[in-house]
Design a protein around this ligand. Structure first.
Ligand code: ATP
Length: 233
């Protein structure tokens, strides 16, 4: 579904990503873990078309993404939830969700809305509440819910656990598993390697803009380098 081959990208003259190779198949949760500043967010920005790559190729659903804008990629099913969540703070929960459905027919939007409310019942209970009055965890659910309203084939989540308690983080990751079980592939960027590796089918470790290790979630969770550098063991 998604393939990166030797992708290089950066900001101005500063190159951040060096020859990134990554593969994500249908129905997979793939985690991208690494320290602060390793280039995880830059990788997501490159995939969704926000950042122009300087070389290498990115293919989504069999077609190169080069030259296509982020909104075109959303229509094709590539949807990104940025780390800052980018909610419409003064709109209600339901208004935020409906904004996510700008590419869909009204019948599709109603179906997705029912699914989002089933996945996150708190959003249904508080559908009329103004988004900026939500807690961090609720805002994260809303951001993911809004992304699901676009009918993604691939959902890219940037640090969904930011600002959440460990318990809420597990709830969030359980929801990510549900999303995968409903047929949406997930590329999950996390600093919290322990939790990400626990739910990932496969994962990549990014260091200084390069993918240095890859394997199944459990292989990497058992790897002594990963345990030492990212799991504090
Ligand atoms: P974090 O968890 O801190 O977000 P990350 O792995 O997602 O880390 P990136 O945000 O991709 O890392 O940042 C990689 C490098 O790119 C860092 O050195 C960062 O300072 C730099 N960087 C990020 N955004 C910009 C920008 N807009 N302009 C210039 N440099 C940037």
């Amino acid at each position: 579904m998604l393939t990166l081959e030797k992708v290089c990208a950066g900001y101005g003259r500063m190159r951040i990503l060096h020859d990134i190779d990554l593969h994500l198949g249908e129905g997979e949760i793939v985690a991208l873990v690494g320290a602060n500043g390793a280039g995880k967010t830059t990788t997501l920005r490159s995939i969704c078309g926000q950042l122009k790559t300087s070389s290498g190729s990115i293919t989504f659903n069999g077609t190169p993404t080069a030259g296509r804008r982020p909104d075109q990629l959303v229509r094709e099913g590539l949807v990104h939830v940025p780390e800052d969540r980018a909610l419409f703070g003064t709109l209600t929960v339901e208004e935020n969700l409906r904004m996510g459905a700008w590419t869909r027919t009204s019948a599709q939007a109603e179906k997705s809305l029912a699914e989002v409310y089933e996945l996150f019942p708190v959003l249904a209970e508080r559908r009329g509440q103004i988004a900026q009055t939500f807690s961090g965890g609720q805002q994260q659910m809303l951001a993911i819910g809004r992304a699901l309203m676009a009918g993604p084939k691939l959902l890219m989540l940037d640090e969904p656990s930011t600002g959440l308690s460990p318990k809420l983080t597990w709830t969030m990751l359980e929801a990510v598993r549900h999303i995968r079980d409903n047929g949406v592939a997930v590329l999950l960027v996390e600093q919290n390697a322990k939790q990400a590796l626990a739910i990932a089918d496969r994962a990549y470790v990014l260091e200084s803009g390069s993918t240095v290790l890859s394997g199944t979630g459990s292989e990497l969770a058992g790897d002594h380098r990963v345990r030492k550098a990212y799991l504090g063991l």
